[in-house]
Ligand binder design. Sequence first.
Ligand code: SF4
Length: 709
Amino acid sequence: APLAGPVPTRTTCPYCGVGCGVLATPDGKGGAAIAGDPDHPANRGRLCSKGSALGETLGLGTRVLHPLKRSARGTYDRVSWEEALDAVAAGLKAIIDRDGPESVALYLSGQLLTEDYYVANKLMKGFIGSPHVDTNSRLCMASTVAGQRRVFGSDTVPGCYEDLDSADLIVLVGSNTAWCHPILFRRIQQNRAERGAKVVVIDPRVTATAEDADLTLALKPGSDSALFAGLLIHLADTGLLDHDYIERHVAGFEAALANARDIAPNLAAVANLTGLSKTDIASFYALWASTPAVVTAWSQGVNQSAQGTDKVAAILHCHLASGRIGRPGAGPFSLTGQPNAMGGREVGGLANMLAAHMGYSSAEIDRVRRFWRAPRMAQAEGLKAVAMMEAVTERRIKAMWVMATNPAVSLPRADAVQAALRGLDLFIVSENVLSNDTLAAGPHYILPAAAWGEKDGTVTNSERRISRQRGFLALPGEAKPDWWIICEVAERLGFEEAFDYGGPHEIYAEHAALSAFENAGSRDFDIGAHAELTRRAYDGLAPVQWPAPVDRPEGTPRLFADGGFFAADRKAKLQPLAIPALAAATSDTFPLLLNTGRVRDHWHTMTRTGLSARLSGHIAEPTVLVHPDDAARFGLAEKGFARIATTHGAVILKVALDPGAQPGSLFAPIHWSAENASGARVGAAVQPLVDPFSGQPELKATPAAIVPV
Ligand code: SF4
């Protein structure tokens, strides 16, 4: 008989929110062969360039492998786990005793697994009593969370990926799907090829996503809600509202329509606000209105905005008013950025949320307190990321623990963030890598965290599908899973009993039990079917879409086709929208708008993708994309260097001419940092202005100047 080959481990890609299934076959030498999992519903065996190169990113050359303590000279000494954990716990306790629980904060990441996230939130919000837990998801999905909670009453994505296969029209708003969610883009292309679906791309930049779109609407930055307010009016004026759905399931429709007429009373007003031609707008409205099976999907161009919550609401309004929600091929659909942005939302990773999608009402605080038997529950929402860093600057927060993220690159005013972190009384970082811009701020302790391929847990993708990440490599050096590190510190703070877990399966089961605790269908997030999960069942857990309550363990592909919103009256609530405007206007000094975003083959600050020569070869250096007219206006040459300055900072990047750029705007990638390309940390130049509801910063339109250097 033939010898059996090595058995691949079923796991999930650690990059984007598509959440593709991966088969990893270790080679016994620390590497692994990588293939797409044909049985995973998200990708059905496909992987994009980043996912398929995962095997090239498993080396240990850049890893932190032992706990490190900063010396008085600023160098780092290896210490034992005992010493590091004792010191971290003692340091936190001393600051809490001196300045109160609200003087300590956690800054987490959509790269963490749900189990890590759960215990971090439990420790801070239930046992230390500080609400100041926020996450880099604040930069990613916070406006969608706020928009969905305001309109639906819950943070619920109504549809699923199959809707992209069965829609007759797919509208992509503020999303370079071809580069940032490539496997979903391939599903859309397949739908086009096989079923003739139409695609409309709405984005100030003409990107790869628009290459074969049926209609491209390169609107003015920040004007999305005007376009969708106009669509609501068009639906009303052409008799294409779903009056029955509105009557039974929607509150506030007449007020929302009147508000839309205030914003954009007619086509000319929409054209004026968006900069689009009346012909293009009319074509879009006619196509949308005449296509029952329409999915409107959006990403960071909508979210990363000082009016992101309004933009989300404007899209939801159109789907609700036309009853195009929760049906096959129809619904609003948010494309999450990170691999576990959704899982973090589920466990209360955002400063304004408690675990299991509960908020800070007194009933919810009390429910979570009783479930956790928590001694010191946080009593009000905590500080969101930008405000949290301001509190660090002002020394209202004295201790911070950063896990699995690099805020000294990604947050607005990144230089100021780095300086603020330097001033903390106690600064702790849990990391995979030995050096990055956040580590350059000199944490007192660096704790070596397990990486993808080494750790076990769950993540949730954009369609609410929970998938297992499974380890297939031994833990290197003294690296440990994040949940273990947090629980060890919790035990040293005196909370042994509540953090005595035998493994991530026990944390997941507790998280599932909390989701079902006093729920009875009143809250959207319910995975009560997993509350009794054994280790064996957890190890074999197949991908499933929540809600998965006890009586529906197979999960739920779609919600809201027949209403059932998670509000007391079970109705969706349409919201008043502000007049569309950018957070800050251009001026003679800063005549351009700086937009930031991803390139195709890199992820975040490149700690993993930078290890693959193949991926680094796609775009090898940080470049600013400039329209040829602007290049001529400002004396810029292709491949020449330029300095981009704002009121907050400056970066120096190589110029690339891009006819797809909108005149008057610049596009710079987020991936490079002081660590990997001196002077190219674009976050240093980004303004810290945020959406009033979500706290998400406006990362897409900072007034800027550009000069050749
Ligand atoms: Fe990974 Fe996203 Fe690519 Fe899928 S589409 S392989 S999840 S990066």
